[in-house]
Design a protein around this ligand. Structure first.
Ligand code: 1GP
Length: 242
């Protein structure tokens, strides 16, 4: 957490998201190496389905060895946990209609996480339309794209709970990222760091999210698919404003 805060004091961060179920660990390590070259600050490891302790551990290890970037577990359930990651986003999907995702999986995991000695980052997570797979799997009561006040209310509740970060998610592969007006209003309402992700795959979209106030910009689908290092760098640079 301190690493992220230190870096954030210098500007917006770019975080690469890698799903351990989508490629072998060595390939994830190679993508992370290229992302480090492109300027990424850290790697989130996670996915909505298919993440196991084995593929999570192997992926974290490969990323650390091949890129040196910090690895942060972005969990989709309490089924997979690993000591190979540097930290775990201890998150509540605040707008899930299933108690399990709001609080149940966390209560189940907490004693195990404690015993394993994994560093936790408490985070509120809210899924905005279109929501994609995470919205479906998480049974999210999606925040409408025009419901700025609704998004702000979740962010304020997150901060009042004492969580250390708030994540606005449009869903992996979304055709439209979180609207900049929503990012701006949420950023103005809270003082904890704001993470934004889902559907960001162009320098223009990354720049819009940064200018609206995102502290951390996450891209997943784009970095999995892009084979052009120049284009990777363009999106990361736009996210960071460098
Ligand atoms: C998903 O916000 C992330 O949690 C990334 O989304 O795959 O669309 O970049 P993309």
């Amino acid at each position: 957490m301190q690493y992220l805060l230190d870096r954030m004091s210098q500007g917006t961060l770019h975080v690469a998201l890698l799903d351990p179920d989508k490629q072998p660990a060595s390939e994830a390590g190679e993508i992370a190496r290229r992302m480090k070259e492109a300027g990424s600050d850290a790697v989130f490891i996670g996915g909505s389905t298919g993440v196991t302790t084995e593929n999570l551990s192997a992926t974290a290890k490969a990323i650390r060895e091949m890129s040196g970037l910090p690895t942060i577990h972005f969990p989709g359930s309490a089924d997979a946990l690993s000591t190979e990651v540097d930290a775990l986003l201890f998150m509540s999907m605040m707008n899930s209609m299933k108690l399990e995702w709001v609080m149940g999986a966390q209560v189940y995991a907490a004693p195990i996480v404690k015993k394993m000695g994994i560093q936790t980052i408490p985070m509120g997570y809210v899924v905005v339309e279109p929501g994609m797979k995470v919205g479906e799997v998480g049974k999210a009561n999606l925040v409408r794209r025009d419901d700025i006040a609704g998004a702000v209310a979740y962010a304020l509740a997150c901060e009042m709970y004492g969580m250390q970060m708030f994540y606005l998610e449009a869903g992996s592969g979304a055709d439209r990222p979180v609207p900049p007006e929503m990012i701006r209003a949420v950023k103005d309402a809270i003082s904890i760091p704001l993470i934004v992700g889902g559907g960001i795959r162009t320098p223009e979209a990354a720049e819009a999210a940064r200018k609206a106030g995102a502290d951390i910009i996450v891209t997943g689908t784009f970095i999995e698919q892009c084979r052009d290092d120049g284009r990777l760098k363009a999106v990361v640079s736009a996210a960071k404003g460098v």
